[in-house]
Design a protein. Structure first.
Length: 335
């Protein structure tokens, strides 16, 4: 082939694979949602990073300027100043955005991602092209899942770095305990698993209802219910430890998740703590010899975390599998 032939031969356009074309089309169609997600991650990450840096420095300086000392706090050291208020606001913004993620994900997946496309016929049009229903659904699950995982795990890492840092002087930076709902969910793998479960639930609800607003409402209700139920069963996902104390002894450690408290009789039977507890002669009148507490120490953080994460991933897998079966039956699509 001569140089002239090379110049005159028309270029052969590259063929885009159907899967890649589907992903690009989906990103264009849901560009506003992608930009919203990126903005949410940037704002939450920026708030947490600011809190770890300038925000914490300013709060520390303000705390020291008032004459407060960690070992000998003075009167008024528990009253936050403007710098601490700004610090707490930044932390609240970061935490709040992360905790809203499952709700927002479920609502978007049911309404915009699936329900709207089925309602206005966009999905059916895509199925008549080179992309079948099952491949369409796989892309609808896989692409958002990857983006959700990347962003959520990044925010989780930043929050854990902030929470575990030595930034909590008395009365200035009031961090919650490791077992409090928000802290527990964001400090491990639960936040990412919640997002994946919400995505799968939203997709399934969207396929079931095929209308935008009803699907959005049902998905929000389902995600809220799931989070609430898991919050309630969380203390029972791992065997508890039991602390038994005498009538004059202290209670279980303050850094523990208390599951149940009560009293013990001479026979070892568990009974409720009497309403007269603390009054002279109350324990003797009720035959109480000891008090007990079932609790989770801080060392149970990861066992509880991983058990709940496993449940969430099981819910996500079940919802996704059900969505594929439902779509296959409706469309008669081959595997």
């Amino acid at each position: 082939m001569t140089a002239l032939d090379t110049l005159t031969t028309p270029a052969v356009p590259r063929r885009t694979s159907p899967s890649r074309g589907l992903v690009l089309a989906m990103l264009r169609l849901h560009q506003s949602a992608l930009l919203f997600w990126l903005g949410l991650v940037v704002v939450a990450a920026g708030a947490l990073l600011w809190a770890m840096g300038p925000g914490a420095d300013a709060a520390w300086t303000e705390y020291a300027d008032t004459g407060c000392d960690l070992s000998h706090p003075n009167l008024g050291c528990d009253i936050p100043g403007p710098a601490n208020s700004r610090y707490q606001t930044a932390v609240a913004v970061g935490i709040g955005l992360i905790r809203l993620l499952p709700l927002l994900t479920g609502a978007w997946a049911a309404g915009a991602l699936i329900g709207r496309e089925l309602e206005n016929g966009t999905a059916q049009l895509a199925w008549t092209q080179s992309v079948g229903p099952l491949r369409w659904l796989a892309a609808k699950l896989a692409v958002p899942a990857l983006l959700l995982m990347a962003g959520t795990l990044t925010l989780t890492l930043l929050h854990r770095m902030l929470w575990s840092s030595d930034l909590a002087p008395l009365g200035v930076m009031s961090w919650r305990a490791w077992y409090d709902d928000g802290t527990f969910e964001i400090n491990g793998t639960i936040a990412a698993a919640q997002a994946l479960a919400a995505l799968a639930i939203g997709v399934l609800v969207g396929l079931l209802l095929r209308r935008t607003l009803p699907a959005l409402g049902v998905a929000v209700l389902a995600v809220v219910s799931l989070v609430y139920v898991l919050d309630e069963v969380r203390p029972h996902l791992w065997p508890v430890k039991t602390a038994v104390r005498g009538l004059e002894d202290g209670t279980a450690g303050s850094d523990s998740m208390i599951v149940e408290t009560g009293a013990l009789t001479a026979s070892g039977a568990r009974v409720p703590i009497p309403s007269c507890s603390g009054e002279p002669g109350c324990d003797a009148r009720n035959g109480i010899t000891h008090y007990y507490a079932d609790y989770h120490p801080a060392s149970h953080f990861w066992p509880l975390q991983l058990m709940e994460t496993g449940l969430l991933l099981a819910v996500a897998a079940l919802a996704a599998a059900t969505a594929f079966v439902l779509l296959r039956r409706r469309t008669g699509a081959a595997v």
